[in-house]
Design a protein around this ligand. Sequence first.
Ligand SMILES: Nc1nc2c(ncn2[C@@H]2O[C@H](COP(=O)(O)OP(=O)(O)OP(=O)(O)O)[C@@H](O)[C@H]2O)c(=O)[nH]1
Ligand SMILES: [Mg+2]
Length: 312
Amino acid sequence: MNRPPLDRRKLGQALTRLANASAAELMARPLRDPPEVLARRIGMTGAPGAGKSTLLGHLALHRARDHRRLGILAVDPSSPKSGGAILGDRIRMDELAGASELYIRSLGSRTTSDGLADNLPEMLDAMDDFGFAEVMLETVGVGQAEYAARLQVDTLVLVLLPESGDTVQAMKAGIMEMADIFVVNKADLPGAQRMASDVKRIAALNRHESGAWVPPVLLASATQPESVKALSEAIDRHQAWLSAGPRRDVLRQQRVCYRLQRILETRTAEILARQDASFFEASPERQLELLLEMLRKNAASPQTRRQTWLHG
Ligand SMILES: Nc1nc2c(ncn2[C@@H]2O[C@H](COP(=O)(O)OP(=O)(O)OP(=O)(O)O)[C@@H](O)[C@H]2O)c(=O)[nH]1
Ligand SMILES: [Mg+2]
């Protein structure tokens, strides 16, 4: 294929700049022309230690074999500055050497309230701008993070462990309805088959409309390459299903909505933190008026507008 090689340095800088951008800066960002081809977004979520990075690593190597440009962003709450090392450890370096179009980056979750990384939506867009065919997102499935992750990806893979009590917890949190593919991971451990049957039974209770996607329940293990292939095929089937119906557009709209909501929340919090007693003594109506004024002023500020984002 005739395309320039991936400029890793430029991409790294763009992602860092976005990760550090304030809500005010994001709001003042000029509208970008989205590229014609958007990256397929695949999310992998599950409890800490479920084997997500390991599985994602194998999956990425499998899917990068035809030289498609493929990125992995791993939200790693435990290591804000690991710079990809954690996930990188899970992929053998000799395998990686042959995959020049594979890009991996760990992101710290830092201050964000939704359990994902700061400004993740903007970073995912940057991956589109850099010509990725596919972006895989690893998030740790705790609390609100699943919901937030759901909105950022097209295909969400939920990684469960055998005999972990995960099913019960997943049902409680309503995660079962969110996942497109279930993986009972570490299938080399005892209890995997039974766990898979349980999940199948529960998953079958959801979604009845005709034409609806029926989430497959797969077994996987780092020691079984064919299980990675099966997962990869399930992802392709789900992506094909998305392309055939309205769901992809619905997801993209929800994504835009969520992003605006996040920026407004963050910016509003920043503004409110700067106000003194006189602001809060005003009537609620006046407070809102003042707040809107300040938000508007920010959007028009030439200083922030001058920032150029991705390409220089
Ligand atoms: N038995 C078994 N162990 C596995 C398998 N896959 C991964 N592990 C082990 O499980 C542990 C956690 O693996 P990771 O891939 O780091 O799991 P993770 O879900 O990414 O972990 P966090 O990102 O910390 O939440 C490691 O010690 C792996 O070696 C598997 O298929 N079978
Ligand atoms: Mg991990």
